[in-house]
Design a protein around this ligand. Structure first.
Ligand code: PAF
Length: 283
């Protein structure tokens, strides 16, 4: 496995493999089994001939809250070991001043899917994600890139970016990886208090119950209300949103839908967790 810290080093490492399949896994580090799953999937996609590139970059531009950025865990040594064990060929680990010019003045804003769910509560977040992912796409020039479906809205926005800007890269969405108790794996989980860590699997239990209720004909309102009240019953937990949205355009479901997405964000103390589930029913 090779590592690059500058754009020049990255270009030099990738020059000999241009023309082969290159699969990119963008991350912000603090890697866990969810990331490892993406990397192993990337390895399979790339095959023996292709290359897997992982980026480890805590992107300051996508944080709307300085405290959240400062508290984000950083574990570079462990991250390198994870990348190596998952068959990654090249790890790109730039610092913010390598990644961004001090006087950068171009922004990249998606204006429809970003206005709801996390976009409504985190101003500038998705513009920061689009900017950094676009830069990574330009630097790595992958044929494919893999993103987890836990960040469902992020994946939908990046698919829109690729479509609207004619970026010649195939995006793959990977299923959410959960702990044995159902909690979606996230780099933020390590920041939960023991009590909140013990309570956090309630999110997925409530989502699964909602999926069953929806399949049996429950209304969007009832489904969201039940999830919200399960979360509000936990000491120190404040739901940010609980919304049933169209699985494609992410806007509120207004009519009977066969496929919908139930998306949740909730503060467990200071730690904001997100999760979602795809719901289906016969209409
Ligand atoms: O999902 C993440 O970890 C980040 O938003 C991403 C895609 C690596 C961009 O910084």
């Amino acid at each position: 496995m090779q590592t690059a810290c500058t754009k020049e080093e990255l270009r030099a490492l990738l020059a000999p493999v241009r023309g082969k399949r290159i699969v990119l896994v963008p991350t912000m580090g603090a890697l866990h089994e969810g990331h490892a799953t993406l990397m192993r999937q990337a390895r399979i996609l790339a095959g023996d001939e292709g290359r897997v590139v992982a980026s480890v970059f805590l992107n300051p531009v996508q944080f709307d809250n300085a405290g959240d950025l400062a508290a984000y865990p950083q574990t570079p040594e462990e991250d390198l070991a994870t990348c190596r064990s998952c068959g990654v060929d090249v790890v790109f680990m730039p610092t913010p001043d390598v990644m961004y010019c001090a006087d950068r003045s171009i922004t990249l804003e998606e204006t429809h899917l970003s206005t709801v769910l996390c976009g409504a509560c985190r101003p500038g977040h998705f513009a920061g994600v689009c900017l950094v992912v676009n830069k990574l796409f330009n630097l790595v020039q992958p044929t494919d890139a893999i993103f987890g479906k836990k960040d469902y809205q992020q994946l939908a926005i990046l698919r829109r970016m690729v479509r609207d800007l004619d970026i010649p890269i195939t995006l793959h969405g990977a299923e959410i990886v959960r702990g044995e108790d159902g909690l979606a794996l996230s780099s933020r989980n390590v920041r939960l208090t023991p009590a909140h860590r013990a309570a956090a699997p309630t999110i997925y239990r409530a989502l699964k119950a909602a999926a069953e209720a929806y399949a049996a004909g429950a209304s969007a309102d009832a489904v969201c209300r039940n999830v919200r009240s399960e979360l509000e019953a936990i000491d120190g937990v404040r739901p940010d949103y609980v919304e049933l949205v169209d699985a494609e355009n992410l806007h509120a479901v207004t009519d009977e839908k066969r496929m919908a997405l139930l998306a949740v964000a909730a503060f467990f103390g200071e730690v904001r967790l997100i999760d979602n589930i795809e719901l289906t029913r016969n209409v």
